[in-house]
Design a protein around this ligand. Structure first.
Ligand code: ATP
Ligand code: MG
Length: 355
């Protein structure tokens, strides 16, 4: 095991990556690659919890997201990519952890409730849907990270993960329940109690001006969007403001984008001042300025992504994922071995070979 502290985080392949991912998590991942030993996960098994009828889309999205990672600056030589379905230890740990979380605790998770509503899952959601919340604890804990860079919506999932880690350590490793979170491993626990690291913008609003920007809600600006598309999407953002001299609300959705993407702090302050005062400034103008700023950010990503276009690009990604599956399994199997030992389930050590 490397001496560096570990990070784990990831994305569900239900679409392509968008600006919310960048400000919420991706930007941190790129920045932390040197300092930490990083594991980045594609939660393709979890994608099936809402899209079991769309295996082709899940597969395509898996490849697209890895391309997005590479385009955004994640370096496969420094970080390990984890394809969830190729790491059986994750599913196995999910079962064990499911025994340590009360069912009603899982169902009270506010993020899960919001998802049921916004994704229109209604009454007939699958048994597997709430299970993904437990699965996510296993995704994280199997790599025993200390830090998890995520957006704000994931904080509600981090709490059960932290609880279940404490409970496992107490039940099976004999750690005293009074132990401080930071001390669990020193006290003999297997799992560090992981902390969330929320990005520069905790929750970027979508271009519908209402919901969190989400890849599955049709309100996202994707990292692959061209300037014209960015401008069009921002153009549709409703502010309710009619004229250039009407005082505007600098806390509206448009100004969330202004602050998130215009990097010149003085210009941001000037826009805020003029907008609040209704000083001859139109929403349309500000939208174009924001679109230009976004284009400056993602233009280089679009360029880097060209190296992975088409069937040849797909093949590069496939071989990268295969190569990394071996590394990911080595780390996960080590944890499973130790976890099962702690649970008195050590009946021999298995070897996973990956071809
Ligand atoms: P889905 O609609 O399928 O749930 P999503 O857009 O919410 O997709 P996820 O794969 O669920 O994306 O989230 C990946 C990571 O990106 C998580 O850490 C999440 O908190 C973060 N994230 C997603 N959307 C935003 C956002 N709008 N603002 C900040 N962070 C975000
Ligand atoms: Mg989500």
């Amino acid at each position: 095991m490397s001496s560096k502290t570990r990070i784990l985080t990831g994305d569900t392949p239900t679409g392509q990556l968008h600006l919310g991912h960048w400000v919420g998590s991706l930007e941190n991942r790129v920045a932390l690659q040197d300092e930490f030993e990083c594991f980045f996960l594609i939660a393709n098994m979890h994608a099936f919890t809402t899209r079991a009828d769309k295996p082709d889309e899940i597969r395509a999205s898996t490849l697209e997201i890895v391309k997005d990672w590479l385009a955004a600056g994640i370096d496969p030589d420094r970080s390990t990519f984890v394809l969830q379905t190729e790491v059986p230890g994750i599913a196995e740990l999910t079962w064990f952890l499911a025994m340590l979380l009360p069912f009603n605790r899982v169902m009270r998770n506010p993020t899960l409730k919001t998802e049921l509503e916004t994704k229109g899952l209604g009454e007939n959601y699958s048994f597997g849907f709430p299970m993904y919340s437990v699965g996510q604890c296993a995704d994280i804990l199997v790599f025993r990270p200390e830090l998890v860079p995520v957006g704000e919506d994931q904080l509600a999932h981090m709490e059960p993960c932290r609880e279940v880690a404490r409970r496992f350590n107490q039940l099976y490793c004999g750690v005293d329940p009074q132990t401080e979170d930071e001390e669990y491993v020193r006290a003999g626990g297997l799992f560090p109690i992981p902390k969330a690291k929320v990005g520069r913008v905790a929750r970027l609003i979508g271009t519908d001006g209402v919901n969190k920007m989400s890849k599955s809600l049709g309100n996202a600006i994707f990292l692959t969007d061209e300037f014209k598309q960015i401008k069009k999407k921002l153009g549709g953002l409703y502010t309710g403001r009619q004229t250039m001299d009407e005082p505007g609300d600098v806390n509206n959705a448009l100004f969330q984008y202004v602050r998130a993407f215009i990097t010149d702090a003085e210009r941001v302050a000037e826009l805020e001042r003029r907008y609040a005062a209704g000083d001859n400034i139109g929403d349309g103008h500000i939208k174009v300025e924001v679109a230009e700023a976004i284009d400056r950010l993602i233009g280089p990503m679009r360029e880097r992504r060209k190296a992975y276009e088409g069937a040849a690009g797909d093949e590069k990604i496939m071989s990268l994922l295969r190569e990394h599956a071996a590394k990911a399994n080595a780390a996960a199997e080590e944890t499973l071995h130790l976890a099962k030992k702690a649970m008195r389930l050590d009946f021999g050590r298995r070897v996973i070979s990956f071809g």
